[in-house]
Write a protein that binds this ligand. Structure first.
Ligand code: ZN
Length: 606
């Protein structure tokens, strides 16, 4: 009994270890790991799967009146659909065109008796010397196979599909190309969720048997044919994923590097002191941190990559923000940020104006009443919608130069982000004693703070590709100046590129941006803890990408996902608040509540 326990325990350990290594394995899959099941049923047999880079293509054949016909059932036989026309000739074209350098298995399923059908096939193949001599191509027989003891009697270009329940002699093994099995024989799993431990053991041992074949690859037919099932099968190290969804599965496989991420090393987080958190006293400063496009899935992806740790997740006061705009169920960043800066819902594309195009009173104006200074920082262009919503009044967010003109009329004191040629030429003209312009955050220093603009080209680079800690640096430089103000300040810092990662359906991009944002949050909370008079609000204008998480490992910092859109979605986004009056942020509310809670915290009447 004891021995039994020990062995099943070590078996469990082995299996856990196996699952670990399996995760990194997933990234090695491409469309070359796909098997086009019942390929002849596709609108374009052979061509579609071949063009998508499939490693294995299946065709069912019948010997009918001395002809080899392609069909699934005998009743579907059509003398126009010959093996020659649908498969051998296209294959020959590909061989001639590109000398067929990639490995391909043509799995030929014999529907009629083995001996006569194979005889007809071999006779036909004599007319295709380029096919039978091609070393990268394995013409593999399945279905009505001859007895394994007869395999060696066939020409060497004929390969066979192995069965995990058959014992093969070493000699016969040399003729096996792959191994196939009926998935349903091992599991009743419908493809949703994950396989049970018992099933994993069962599959593990059957997949290992494929090691005797030349490709060392296992294929399960009759397996669930949906993205989650493909993913779980890859984790099992199944050699070929069997699919009827030719284009969809290839797209899924080829996008795997964009859908998975593993953070090499955990980044440090900060645990706040909570000294000033939730205190019912008017804060002196407001720091609003907006991660464009960051929903709960984006946060949890970063949390998983960082081994189950994020500074943002340590904040106690949280709420959910409903993001719809005035004229659309799904907002863009313009009305999203205008809701924060004005408390009003407006049309998509509009910044700082209401749904009739009327100028709105913006947060920096309210704060100027209390002699508070304002800084707007973004890891995007300074005239992008989110920063613009705090100083400009335009119905069209893309009017970059008119938006910039509005900045000179607004009470915003510091504006930092990236510029471009036309922005910088306007700034060159405007530069004066009262309007200071800098082109690098490193060179930025100032005595007075009436109007400062920093356009640093590094700001729009992705964090992982050159921006580095630009956002945190911009925060520190700015807060050093602002914190000298006796009446306090407001700062809005935008992590613009979480949104870019979502639009690009690029998980590594998105996660590295959220992690950069979390480093900023850590430094902001450190400041708030030292200062004790700062209310910090962290939120997003909307979610981008319809991100969902399919798999993750908190110990390895690995996460895998799928996107449902390349655009924004309607799902509510989280709000985190820290510092004095942070308790105002609770429940589920419209995005405009962020504005009203800021006014309430500061004791300002609308
Ligand atoms: Zn966007």
């Amino acid at each position: 009994m004891k021995r039994l326990f020990v062995s099943s325990f070590s078996l469990l350990l082995c299996s856990l270890l196996f699952l670990y290594t399996a995760k990194a394995q997933v990234l090695q899959y491409t469309s070359q790991s796909l098997h086009a099941h019942n390929d002849y049923k596709q609108a374009f047999p052979f061509w579609e799967a071949y063009q998508q880079g499939y490693g294995s293509i299946e065709v069912d054949i019948f010997l009918h009146n001395n002809q080899l016909l392609v069909a699934h059932e005998e009743t579907e036989l059509d003398t126009a659909k010959t093996l020659e026309k649908l498969y051998l000739q296209p294959l020959l074209q590909c061989i001639r065109k590109e000398q067929h350098k990639r490995n391909l298995i043509l799995l030929i399923d014999l529907k009629t008796d083995a001996a006569p059908t194979l005889q007809a096939l071999i006779a036909l193949l004599q007319h295709y010397p380029e096919i039978i001599k091609n070393k990268n191509l394995q013409l593999t027989i399945t279905g009505n196979q001859p007895a394994p003891s007869d395999f060696l009697e066939y020409p060497s270009y004929i390969w066979f599909d192995a069965n995990p329940e058959t014992d093969y002699t070493t000699e016969v093994q040399s003729r096996l190309a792959i191994m196939s099995a009926n998935f349903k024989k091992y599991s009743k799993w419908n493809g949703k969720g994950v396989l049970t431990k018992e099933e994993l053991f069962r599959f593990d041992s059957v997949i290992a048997k494929a090691g005797i074949t030349s490709s060392k690859k296992m294929r399960f037919w009759n397996a669930p044919d949906i993205p989650n099932a493909w993913y779980q099968l890859m984790k099992l190290k199944v050699g070929f994923i069997n699919t009827d969804r030719i284009v969809e599965a290839a797209t899924f496989m080829n996008n795997l590097p964009k859908y998975s991420y593993q953070l090499p090393q955990k980044q440090q987080t900060y645990t706040p002191s909570f000294v000033s958190d939730g205190k019912q006293q008017q804060p002196k400063n407001i720091i609003l941190l907006i991660a464009d496009g960051m929903g709960l899935a984006q946060l949890h992806a970063a949390y998983t990559a960082n081994r189950g740790d994020l500074t943002i997740f340590k904040i106690k006061n949280t709420s959910l923000s409903l993001t719809a705009s005035y004229d659309s169920y799904i907002t863009d960043s313009a009305p999203g940020a205008t809701a924060f800066s004005s408390g009003k819902k407006t049309n998509n594309r509009s910044v700082g104006v209401d749904y009739n195009g009327k100028k709105l009173k913006l947060l920096p104006e309210y704060l100027a009443r209390q002699h508070k200074k304002t800084a707007i920082i973004t890891a995007g262009d300074i005239t992008d919608a989110t920063p613009a919503a705090f100083y400009a009044h335009r119905s069209e967010r893309t009017e970059s130069l008119p938006i910039l003109e509005d900045f000179f009329l607004s009470p915003v004191n510091i504006l930092a982000g990236s510029g471009n040629k036309s922005i910088d030429s306007v700034l060159a003209v405007k530069q004066s004693k009262d309007i200071q312009v800098f082109h690098s955050i490193d060179k930025f220093q100032s005595e007075g703070i009436e109007k400062l603009v920093i356009t640093d080209s590094i700001a729009t680079k992705p964090a992982a590709k050159g921006r580095g800690s630009w956002l945190t640096k911009a925060f520190h430089k700015t807060v050093n100046i602002l914190s000298q103000q006796k009446d306090g300040f407001m700062m809005m810092v935008e992590a613009a590129q979480v949104d870019y990662g979502g639009h690009a359906n690029d998980l590594p991009y998105l996660v590295t941006e959220v992690l950069d944002f979390d480093r900023l949050v850590a430094d902001v909370l450190k400041f708030a803890d030292a200062d004790k008079e700062t209310l910090v609000i962290i939120t997003a204008d909307h979610e981008t990408g319809g991100l969902t998480l399919l798999d993750g490992n908190m110990t390895k910092g690995y996460v895998s996902a799928q996107f449902s859109t390349t655009d924004h979605t309607a799902v509510p986004v989280p709000v985190f608040a820290y510092g004095p009056m942070s308790h105002l942020f609770s429940g589920v509310h419209e995005n405009t509540s962020v504005f009203y809670n800021i006014l309430r915290a500061l004791g300002i009447q609308d």
